[in-house]
Design a protein around this ligand. Sequence first.
Ligand SMILES: *Cc1c(COP(=O)(O)O)cnc(C)c1O
Length: 811
Amino acid sequence: MTLNKEAIKKDFNKKLMHMFSEDVEDASNFHKYLAFSSLIKEYCSENWFKSNKQYRKNAEKQVYYFSMEFLIGRLLRSNLLNLGIEKESEEALKELGVDLRDLEEEEKDAGLGNGGLGRLAACFLDSMASIGMPGHGCGIRYKYGLFEQKIIDGYQVEIPDNWLKDGNAWEVRKDDKAVIVRFGGKVNPVMKNDRLNFEYKDYDEVLAVPYDMPVIGYHNNTVNTLRLWSAETVESDDELDFSSFNYGDYSKAVQYKSAVESISKVLYPDDSHIQGKILRLKQQYFFVSAGIQSIIRSYLKTGKPINDLYKHVAIHINDTHPSLSVPELMRILLDEKEIEWDEAWNITTKTISYTNHTIMAEALEKWPVDLVKNLFPRIYMIIEEINRRFVEKLCLSYPNESSKITKMAIINNGEIRMANMLIVGGHSVNGVAKLHTEILKSRELSDFYELYPEKFNNKTNGITHRRWLIQANPRLAEFITETIGDRWRKHPKKLIELLKYSKYSSVQDKMDEIKKDNKIKFANTVKSRYGIIIDPESIYDVQVKRLHAYKRQILNLFHIMYLYNKLKENPNLDIFPRTFIFAAKASPSYYLAKDIIKLINTVGKKINNDKSIKNKIKVLFLENYRVSLAEKIIPCADISEQISTASKEASGTGNMKFMMNGAITIATLDGANIEIRDEVGDDNIITFGMSAKEVMELEKNRGYSSSQIYNNDNRIHKIVNQIMSGYLGESSGEFRNIYNHLIEKNDEYFVLKDFDSYVKAQEIVDGLYRDRKKWVEMSITNIAHSGEFSSDNTILKYARQIWNAKKVKIY
Ligand SMILES: *Cc1c(COP(=O)(O)O)cnc(C)c1O
């Protein structure tokens, strides 16, 4: 985009005046933010229009990424960056006496996701647009995002995240594109044109209204769309006439309105754990139905026949949450387009593909038959028929293996297994890291792999280097460009060219200086925000991610307590000073996770206030972890903690963000950590702990006893007793849950088992960090290899191997 700062200045002044009747001097920062972002939206509107026009005219293959979550964070900076007017905007604002960074802070993070899964969807949108692929998001416009977390007295307190309260500058409501989604009611068979059809009666109608957000490509003309659906009542004329209601009807009408609107009211705050709530199932069908209806309507405008849908449209399903896409697409093809079953099935399977995100039982979606039958009677009929045909086929293939057939069936034991339905109803199933895909193929989904080997493939997750490097760490990005030129910005694999400078003193010194500056800036923020002094010379050892037992924040904490105990015995102990930094939200109903937050804060308070250890270690818990906080903390990390129990973290993406910013990873051989190691080599990562194979063996043969370790390892014994005894200054029952989890319930995630190995790995870290040259060399090596994990690469693989979609240049 070619815009000079004079034009931006003029346009901004005009916009402020137009929107608020204010000038730069009078307007609040929030008004300035609103005016400025509205201006940016205007700047991209022509390319948005052109992209859509061109996609339609040429019937280019469109990819629709269906996801219950899009954790997009703030958009002001990334939109400026992608439009190529970041510098010009900064200067224009500066000349008006406005600091762009102040306006950025006015933007609320769009908290439309829980964690990694939602952030992945956001990185993918950025990559699709930046590569120039016609790829769009489809999701829900939650009125309330993930809760805002406050830490009060060490406890997590959840505050509703009313992110839309003051409006969303980036969205455009499209009333004319609204569609109706139907719930409940009855289905009757009828003959229509000599063909069996199904008539739908007595249903409730919900109006799905789309809000579109532009997804701007990096330095190209592509502007794709994130379409988020909002649930509203269908206004009929008599409903508008409130005077005709008696009081009973009025309150009924209000109740009805609030029941309908509840569908898009709030994001379920769960990560790696599914609650079988009716409202959540309604949410899923709501956006799936609205999304598919709108895709088909817009596809038919290209003039192509419905039977060719799969040649022009790919629908990708992010985890099983949008799995009702399969029967919903079937329903539209069968009942509305009057296509016969076999052909409808052919179109559906060729259109839909699915990403599996987890093998953990508590995260696998199953819905009770009765619930689905009541909420979506026609959809249930279709699922039943899909299952019947599938089981029939299995019976032919495996005549004497009833247990195998039972395991693979879509409907079993009164429940519908959503993953099974997607494997059968789509043409591709992918895992999100090599190990994860291998586990799917060899264990969890091995029967399906045997039946449909051609459907299975791996697509290791990725992150957008634009947000996570160029935007989050501008000085590092600039220095990389000074060193190797700027081709890496469009072709992130070119970061590998940094490798030949990893031993250059001048490059090392500069890299070290940039990290140090980031650390100092962060220390200043921590001091003013939390009143805690941290030393920028210390190692910043960072674990930020959702709080979950399998991610093992407790293991990290046990190491901290171990160091503290050693320091208490010997205050002159030679350890390199460290600042341990945590940030994590726990699901409000996940009590163990909340207890762990309290424990981290309790230990932190004890350690941070103990003068006797001479500030050698500090523990920090930053509240309200979210994208904008991640962007601040990751660029100053020295150590990236990726310590999940091997086999449990499907991929992880936090690991990639840290690597890209030069942190050294301390890791178990889990998820994408393995691929990071394969890239950088054993000398540039510190690994420890049991392998996935060992974990799965131990789980299978039940050969683990945590109390045995507790009884035999003095270090662990002491730590556990300190937690339980009131030594930390809390009542002795405070952490009973944690004790039960680790000792009585045999430590499901092998924290005690991996403790010794983790401590040794941390000793290696301590030694390595003292050799500054060596450390910075490792750091540069990590950055150099991180281009491999740009989601641009990931998306290119999805496009070639799953979607068969091509880039489209927008003129
Ligand atoms: C990247 C990211 C995650 C995922 O982190 P993992 O370490 O992969 O679990 C979660 N939340 C936010 C805000 C993120 O940016």
